[in-house]
Structure formats: structure tokens, C-alpha cells
Design a protein around this ligand. Structure first.
Ligand SMILES: [Zn+2]
Ligand SMILES: [Zn+2]
Length: 206
């Protein structure tokens, strides 16, 4: 099974796929040793013959899977190829690294963990153990441990969400300062909004 990015081609491979430069770094998926064992079991090398694209590890609410990815090689707005990490984000998948991603988390799994940790007090380690067991119920430990990458991506994802909620995610005109994420408090005195300078001075010198 191969995943075709991006949606412009309605699930078909990109017609400009021949422009693709293979990503040699993706031959080892995040350097974990069980990848090669997994590949042999799945007959990965056979399937990979003549395939143009990369292989990646995807973490979803249904488990952890190796999948082949065909990138879209159409020029973007600036005339260059759209980088793989941006293509993944476009497909609602969060890449573990921005340069040559080999592991990625679906937005669904990040949202699921946010709910589980909030309501069920689930720790990330146990949440990932569940995913490993779902992937391989007999030998859960044969599924790679993606804990470090998961924690990093989850924190980044939450930070991006906080920025969106605060309305400063796309605010490139002025530099962000500390305290930008704090909610505006209507009760505290805010000069020019609910109190004047004179009133503030009067309250300081009763
Ligand atoms: Zn394309
Ligand atoms: Zn306040």
C-alpha cells in the first residue's frame, strides 16, 4: 500500500513523479534496528522494486505502520517543489522532523492523546504501549518505540494550537513577546480599556 501526496491528484500518483530525487536518508527509518526485520517479514524489498518515493513510519489511532509515500512533484507557489514536511502537514500528518521526515503522526493520534491524557490521565508511554499492542497483539515489543519523537511532536503540536487559539499564529508583522498567550483579563485594570490614567493615579494615592 502506498500513500500518494498530495490531494490535488485525487489519490493518483503525481504525473510529474519522474522529477523526484530519492531521499537516501529514508532507507533507514530513524535508525531503529527492528525496521530491517519488519521489512524482511513484509517482503519490503520486493514490493519496493521500481517504486518512486520514500518509505515512512506512520503513527495513527489504529497503530504504527510502515508505508510507502509518493510525493507530489508539482511546483508550488514559488515555483519550487513543495517540501515533504509541508506536503505531510497538508494531509493532516505531523512529521517528526522537517528535513527528510521518516516518522510522522496523524493529527488524529495527537488529538486522541490530548483527550486521553486530559480525561483518562493516560501517560504518553502507556498510550504508545496501547498502540504497539494494537499493531501487534502477540508481540507488542516488535513494534518500534516512537516515544521520543511522539513527545517532541506532541509538544510542538500543542504549541502551534495554542498560538492559533491566541490568534497570533500568522501574525508575522510584530515579533512575539512573552505573555502573548495569556488570556486578556477584563477584571484587572487595563489603562485605556476599563480604567483611565487619572483613576489609576487616584487609586495609588488615596
Ligand atoms: Zn503533483
Ligand atoms: Zn486579572
Amino acid at each position: 500500500m502506498a500513500i500518494n501526496l498530495q490531494d490535488f491528484h485525487r489519490g493518483d500518483p503525481c504525473p510529474l513523479l519522474s522529477n523526484y530525487m530519492p531521499n537516501s536518508a529514508s532507507q533507514t527509518v530513524d535508525g531503529d534496528s527492528d525496521a530491517s526485520m519488519e521489512d524482511q517479514e513484509n517482503g519490503w524489498e520486493d514490493v519496493n522494486m521500481g517504486f518512486v518515493g520514500d518509505r515512512m513510519r506512520f503513527v495513527d489511532v489504529t497503530g504504527i505502520f510502515l508505508r510507502r509515500v509518493r510525493w507530489c512533484c508539482c511546483p508550488g507557489k514559488d515555483g519550487n517543489l513543495v517540501s515533504p514536511d509541508l506536503q505531510l502537514l497538508d494531509a493532516w500528518i505531523y512529521p517528526a522532523t522537517s528535513d527528510k521526515p521518516t516518522t510522522a503522526f496523524t493529527f488524529n493520534v495527537l488529538e486522541e492523546f490530548a483527550l486521553d491524557s486530559l480525561e483518562c490521565k493516560t501517560a504518553a508511554l502507556t498510550f504508545l504501549s496501547k498502540l504497539r499492542r494494537m499493531t501487534n497483539p502477540m508481540i507488542p515489543l516488535s513494534t518500534p518505540n516512537v516515544y521520543p519523537a511522539f513527545m517532541r511532536c506532541y509538544r510542538q503540536y500543542q504549541n502551534l494550537k495554542n498560538l492559533l487559539w491566541a490568534g497570533i499564529a500568522h501574525d508575522s508583522e510584530h515579533a512575539r513577546t512573552s505573555g502573548d498567550l495569556v488570556l486578556f483579563c477584563v477584571i484587572c485594570p487595563q489603562i485605556g480599556k476599563n480604567v483611565s490614567v487619572e483613576e489609576m493615579e487616584a487609586s495609588n494615592n488615596p
